[in-house]
Design a protein around this ligand. Sequence first.
Ligand code: ADP
Length: 394
Amino acid sequence: MWTLVLNCGSSSVKFALLNPASGEVRLSGLAERLGAPEASVRLERDGQRTTHALRGGAYAEAFDVLLAELDTLGVRSEVSAVGHRVVHGGERFSAPARITADVLDAIRACVPLAPLHNPANLSGIEAARAAFPGVPHVAVFDTAFHQTMPDVAYRYAVPEAWYTRHGVRRYGFHGTSHAFVAAEAAALLGRPLAELNLVTAHLGNGSSVCAVQGGRSVDTSMGLTPLEGLVMGTRSGDVDPGLHDYLARQSGLTLSEITAALNRESGLLGLSNVASDMRELEAAAANGHAGARLAVDVFVYRLAKTVAGMAVALGRLDGLVFTGGIGENSATIRAATLRRLAVLSFEVDEAANAAAVRGQSGLITAGGVPALVVNTNEELSIARQTEEVLGHGA
Ligand code: ADP
C-alpha cells in the first residue's frame, strides 16, 4: 500500500507517493504557478521527468493529472492514506491528526497565526479530499513537535494577556525535519535517542535550530512566526522589536511593508544585495564580493551563537546535526560554524566534512563533540506519521 504526501502552498502542490515502511518513492512531483495561465505539473518516476501544462491551473486540475498518472501506474486503488503538511497547529496539536470537520475548524482557527500558509493548506486539503474521497486524510503539523517546549522556552516577556488572549508565544516550525534528523542521528551514532541531547540545524531557504532532548523539542529558534531566529535566504531572523516603530517614523513605511521586507528582502539577500541562494553567495564571496562575504559571515556567526544558546537548553551536548540544502551540501558553512563554536570543542575532520555532500550523511568530526550531516526526508516522515495515526503501524 502507498501513502500520498501533499504539501499544498498558495500556488503550488508538492507531492510524493511512497511506501512508509521501505521509503520507496513510486512517484513524486510539483505543480507550480497554480491559478496562473502558465500553470504546470512536473512528474518524476523511475528517474524520468515529464512536464504537463495545466489548463485552468487550479488544485483540481493538478490532482486530475496525478490521478491519471496513478491509473497509468495501476496504483490508484493502492493509495491507503493521504498525509498533508500543515504549517500551524497552534497549541491545539501536539501530534498529527486524522482530518475531520472538527480538525478542519481547528486548522481554520490557526489562520491568524499563519495567514499565508494555513489558508493554502486548507484549500489544498479540500481539493485533495474531493480527488481522493475514499481514503483517510491526516494533517501533520510543522509546529507539533515543539509543543513539548517548557514555558521558559516558549513564553515571551510581554504582557500576559497577549499570550492568554492572542496566543503570543513561541511555537517553532520545521518540526517534522528536526524530529526526523534527530532520530536518524541517533541511529548513526549508535545510541538510543532517549539518551541523547542533540542540537539539530535545518538550514535551507528557511532555517531553524532545535534543542532535542531524548527525542523531544525543548527549545527552537523560530517563534510566533517563522521570521524569528537565524538569518535566512530572504528573512531577517532576529531584529530589535523597536525597529518597526523607528523605521516607520523615519521612512514612512507601514508596519505591513516593513514586515514584508523583513520576510522577502532581508536575510542573505538583504546583506549581500546579490542573492538569497547560498551556492551563489559562496561563489561570489570566493570571487571577492564584499557583500556576499558579509552575508556568509553573518549567517555563520548568528548560527553558531544560536547553537551555543541551545546548549543552555540541553545542559550537555551529545551532537550537532546539519541538514537542509545548506546543511547537507555546504562543507564551507559547516566548517566555519564549527570553528566559530570553539567554546563547544568540535574537532572537524576536513576529509569527512568535504565528503558529506550530495546525499552523503555521516560524522564530520574526528574528536570532541560529534557533528553529523543527516539528510532530511520530510515526505517519508509525514508518510510514517500518517500511517501511525491511522494505526496501520508503519
Ligand atoms: P527549502 O528550504 O526551500 O526546502 P533547501 O533545503 O533545498 O530549501 O535549501 C536551499 C538552500 O540550499 C539554498 O540556499 C541553496 O543555495 C543551498 N544549497 C544547495 N546546495 C548547495 C551547495 N552545494 N552549497 C551551498 N549551498 C547549497
